[in-house]
Design a protein around this ligand. Structure first.
Ligand code: ZN
Length: 311
């Protein structure tokens, strides 16, 4: 069967103080606890390198990247470039900001910066996120931070299922409680914690990185205009959510049959709702696949939504 050529990473779970158990009910995952915050669904990062199912059992996504680069169109680079996560925030995550590649290279031992984006999978009524801040100058930002006027300076916006946000380096951001997202990001971990709501972990505040945050925060913050662009292909509605220097991300809504063909080194696919088949392989909400280079057209059937991405 052609679908045996699809790469099938097995999700890894990370427990977090702010995590919940929504991933069990939504995706049927065997999560480790009621504080499961992150599912690393497609990852070759050293802190969570997905074991492979199917044809490549015994390998990890990272080992395939090292030894079978042809699966990824011979792309260059030491590390698999993207990381796909599902994040279940039962409580608020700390407010953070990421550096860009240049700042990270200079100040974080040559690490990459981090650009990420969020697709809202589900959220409670009234849920919000933090994206950006309300200060006009860096001096004003520093002054409000020093005075602890966080609720005034942080830009909090309401969210609903299906919303999408691109978080460029320098964008102050936080996922707030009651929200589950699918995150597509550069495979990097350099995060500066700007504010943690005065919370304690094991009786102590978690470390903050105020100076680095003030140095890399974009001032003033300018919200990105949405750039949704849709086309129909068979019974699929394909919407490009973003195209940036690191990735393009698409939402695919299928109600029947469609044939999809990507001319890309590889494509990440995550089924986020419903169920169906991809070239005869049964898939359902919570299935993640990587389409290798040269796979050709994919025959999709069923009623489902997917998030797809490529470099
Ligand atoms: Zn982030």
């Amino acid at each position: 069967m052609k679908s045996e050529l699809l790469l099938r990473p097995q999700p890894l779970f990370h427990e977090k103080i702010w995590g919940g158990e929504r991933m069990r009910s939504a995706y049927g995952y065997d999560i480790p606890s009621a504080h499961t915050g992150e599912c690393w669904a497609i990852s070759a990062h050293k802190n969570g390198d997905c074991p492979m199912l199917g044809e490549y059992r015994g390998e990890t996504l990272g080992s395939l990247w090292k030894t079978r680069r042809g699966l990824f169109g011979g792309l260059e680079g030491e590390n698999f470039p993207l990381l796909i996560k599902i994040i279940d925030a039962k409580e608020d995550l700390s407010v953070q900001v990421h550096p860009d590649d240049a700042y990270a290279a200079a100040h974080e031992n040559g690490s990459l910066g981090k650009t990420e984006c969020w697709y809202i999978l589900d959220c409670d009524p009234g849920a919000t996120i933090i994206i950006g801040h309300n200060c006009a100058t860096r001096d004003e930002l520093r002054e409000k931070v020093e005075q602890g006027r966080w609720s005034e300076l942080l830009r909090e916006v309401p969210v609903k299922k299906g919303d999408f946000f691109q978080i460029d380096p320098g964008c102050v951001h936080a996922i707030k409680g009651g929200t589950m997202i699918l995150e597509t990001q550069q495979s990097s971990d350099v995060t500066y914690r700007f504010y943690d709501y005065g919370r304690l972990e094991n009786g102590r505040p978690r470390p903050l990185h105020i100076e680095q945050s003030l140095a890399v925060a974009t001032v003033p913050f300018v919200p990105r205009a949405p750039e949704r662009e849709s086309r129909r292909d068979g019974d699929a509605l394909i919407t490009r959510l973003v195209k940036c220097s690191y990735y393009s991300v698409y939402h695919v809504e299928l109600g029947g049959r469609a044939s999809l063909e990507w001319d890309e080194p590889f494509v990440n696919m995550s089924v986020i709702s419903g169920e169906g088949e991809i070239d005869g392989l049964k898939v359902r909400a919570g299935t993640h696949l990587v389409v290798p280079a040269g796979y050709g057209a994919l025959d999709l059937s069923g009623n489902m939504e997917l998030i797809c991405s490529h470099v």
